[in-house]
Design a protein around this ligand. Structure first.
Ligand code: DUC
Ligand code: ZN
Ligand code: ZN
Ligand code: ZN
Length: 475
């Protein structure tokens, strides 16, 4: 007797799409087979005409995270609800690292905050500065299930930047113990000097924000960190990559067999820097790196297809309009006085990632549904070190499953989303493809418009060192 059976759907893996039924018991996938009409199950989902994907993993989000004076619109419960409506079954966030404090202590605090989640969750460690006493925690943190170390190469003034010396020290330990540094790659020197020039010329509008962090600001940091990793011999993942010059640095390294991995996010594929031309709404699109042009987006799609980019994440940082505007001043008429330095960086994204990739990617023929599975789930699980528990529909894997309707048409708007904010930068975007049902460890958490999950029901996922990191090779 199964707890749940999903019948008549097309099961998608990176390699194939097959009409096959799935039997689930005790939160795990028990069999994949033709189960026939007489199969005994407590519950049956008829997935005729639908596609069944390994649950989407979002390994990149910032929730309940103090940043630039803001905190975000969600806690981990509401974030998990919104994520589940986007087909996500596992979420990962970062420690809130305050320089000087033990990362182990902050890891334990974060675990506690994340336990509100209705979905399984895991944590990357963030490093800012790295005195010996904190570096010594690295092997312990790996044992505790967090073999990934996030560092920012910019935001010096915000107090979260790791300098080159710290980067090198962490890279060497990553090599020694097996760990994956995740890098926010933007040159602090280029960004900071450009921002100083903007201040001097009083050009603080939204478009100046974008031009203060141009493509080469990112590429310089990608290039430097790639050479550091080549020098130290460690693996590295560049998060939220936005452009071809940066991809080309990674391509060269990957061609030499080096373990240089690249992530991009849906907003860099679908939103463009023309948004900053709007005085009224441009500030809502401020994120780092900034939005680029359709040319960059096209080149990112090329990278998603040719394998240079192996994972996607949302980089979700959902801020309300009130938070986005809270430090801005207004003139006598109540009009905002533009000053991009006073706007918290970040966009919402975990609920729209899968639908946007289904529509702009699969429906438009830019990527296959099999490649989409790799980019949203399988490769994310592999690189995060939780495969095949996650990222895979096979006997023994957690029954984390996203059922999608590839033909359903709908239009994105704030009302469609559950992310606790009253705007949507994709408002009006016509989509083909939608999430129908989300199943987390065998329980239906989203069915149509209903949320059926429970607060506190997610479990902490202890991750191991990724196989490709251990064997030191590109994907
Ligand atoms: N980029 C953002 O836009 N927000 C938070 C952190 C980041 O890297
Ligand atoms: Zn970042
Ligand atoms: Zn981020
Ligand atoms: Zn391998």
């Amino acid at each position: 007797m199964f707890d749940l059976v999903i019948k008549n759907g097309t099961v998608v893996s990176p390699e194939s799409s097959k009409k096959i039924d799935i039997g689930i018991k005790d939160g795990k996938i028990s069999v994949l087979d033709q189960l026939g009409d007489s199969v005994e199950a407590k519950e049956v989902i008829d997935a005729t005409g639908k596609h069944i994907l390994p649950g989407v993993i979002d390994a990149h989000m910032h929730v309940e995270a103090p940043f630039q004076g803001c905190f975000g619109a969600n806690d981990f419960y509401t974030q998990s609800v919104s994520a589940a409506f986007g087909g996500v079954t596992t979420i990962m966030d970062f420690t809130n690292t305050f320089p000087g404090n033990s990362v182990i202590t902050q890891f334990e605090e974060r675990k506690d905050e994340m336990s509100k989640s209705a979905l399984d969750y895991s944590i990357h460690c963030k490093f800012v500065e790295a005195p010996e006493r904190i570096l010594q925690e690295i092997p312990k943190l790996i044992d505790m299930g967090s073999p990934s170390f996030k560092m920012f190469m910019t935001y010096r003034k915000e107090g979260v930047m790791s300098d080159d010396e710290t980067l090198l020290k962490v890279f060497k330990l990553a090599k020694e113990y097996g760990g994956l540094p995740l890098l926010h790659a933007e040159s602090n020197a280029i960004a900071e000097s450009n921002i100083e020039e903007c201040v001097a010329s009083n050009s603080l509008g939204w478009q100046s924000f974008a031009s203060s962090k141009p493509v080469l600001c990112e590429t310089e940091a990608v290039s430097r960190a790639t050479l550091f990793s080549e020098y130290c011999g460690n693996a590295v993942l560049f998060v939220h990559t936005t452009n071809k010059p940066s991809l080309d640095i990674a391509r060269r390294a990957q061609e030499c067999g080096l373990p240089v991995y690249v992530e991009t996010c849906p907003h860099y594929l679908t939103l463009f820097d023309d948004m900053y031309a709007s005085e009224e709404r441009g500030h809502l699109a401020i994120c780092s790196p900034p939005l680029r042009t359709p040319k960059e987006a096209k080149e990112l799609w090329d990278g998603l297809r040719d394998g240079t980019i192996c994972v996607t994440g949302s980089d979700d940082c959902t801020y309300s309009i009130k938070e986005k505007e809270m430090f801005l001043e207004r003139d006598a008429q109540g009009k905002i006085i533009p000053d991009f330095r006073k706007i918290v960086n970040g966009l919402s994204g975990c609920e729209i990632r899968l639908p946007v990739l289904l529509s702009e990617g699969v429906a438009k023929g830019r990527i296959s549904i099999n490649r989409l599975v790799e980019l949203t789930s399988t490769n994310v699980a592999k690189l995060s070190g939780c495969y095949p528990q996650k990222g895979c529909l096979a006997p023994g894997s957690d029954a984390d499953i996203t059922i999608v309707d590839l033909s359903r048409k709908w239009v994105l708007s704030p009302e469609q989303l559950h992310n606790n904010i009253d705007y949507c930068l994709h408002d009006g975007l016509e989509l083909t493809g939608a999430v129908d049902t989300t199943i987390a460890r065998g329980s239906i958490v989203v069915q149509g418009k209903d949320f059926l999950g429970k607060r506190d029901s997610g479990r902490f996922i202890k991750r191991s060192i990724a196989e490709s990191v251990l064997t030191n090779h590109a994907f």
